[in-house]
Design a protein around this ligand. Structure first.
Ligand code: 5GP
Ligand code: MG
Ligand code: MG
Length: 187
């Protein structure tokens, strides 16, 4: 069966995503134009991989890129507590500005753990660029480091969404847009 037939509702199309990613990239490029050394972009695996790839290609600065992995979610739609860092950086971020790139901020636990980790590695500032933000579900405030800024693509209603990197039970990450699954597939 075709992938599209699993989706009940599309929240953001490929075109809308692409336009918003371009806006974010030019905003960040402008904001960090005079940063020295240039910022390090850190993607949170796996969910941020498509957003990260699209965003960094549009950043008009000589940046370094790397990934971390934070393990928190099981196979369902609920967080299972404070995440741990299960894949660490290769790039040294000490005294560098870091832009942390996430797929979605929900309770804020994942981001808080990763930010604390980057701070402990001596980053001079930590900014966050999340594709989606679900403020209605926030449990912990996101504490940026230094003069870090918060960027977001879109505010997300309180649905469990899939696509553009985001999964349900590791499926649907390859969907090129953001959607909500038909109820029979959330099983
Ligand atoms: P938090 O730690 O902020 O509760 O959750 C962050 C992580 O949970 C995200 O990076 C993402 O991997 C996952 N997550 C939260 N909300 C959603 C959602 O609506 N859809 C999907 N697919 N993953 C989500
Ligand atoms: Mg994530
Ligand atoms: Mg997930």
């Amino acid at each position: 069966m075709a992938l599209n037939s699993h989706i009940e509702q599309v929240l953001w199309t490929e075109d809308q995503i692409s336009r918003r990613v371009s806006e974010l990239a030019s905003q960040i490029s402008d904001d960090f134009r005079s940063a020295s050394p240039p910022p390090v972009f850190v993607g949170v695996a796996t969910g941020a991989f498509l957003f990260f790839a699209d965003l960094v290609r549009k950043i008009d600065l000589p940046i370094a890129v790397d990934f971390v992995r934070a393990q928190s979610y099981g196979s369902g739609t609920q967080s299972n507590g404070a995440p741990t860092i299960s894949l660490d950086l290769k790039v040294d971020v000490k005294d560098h500005h870091v832009i942390l790139v996430e797929d979605i901020v929900d309770t804020g636990h994942t981001l808080s753990s990763v930010i604390a980790h980057l701070k402990s590695k001596g980053a001079s500032s930590v900014s966050v660029c999340t594709f989606l933000d679900k403020p209605a579900r926030r449990k912990v405030n996101v504490q940026l480091v230094g003069k870090g800024k918060f960027y977001r693509g879109f505010e997300c209603p309180d649905y469990f969404v899939v696509g553009y990197g985001m999964d349900f039970a590791e499926l649907y990450r390859n969907l090129p847009y953001i959607g909500v699954l038909k109820p029979e597939y959330y099983k």
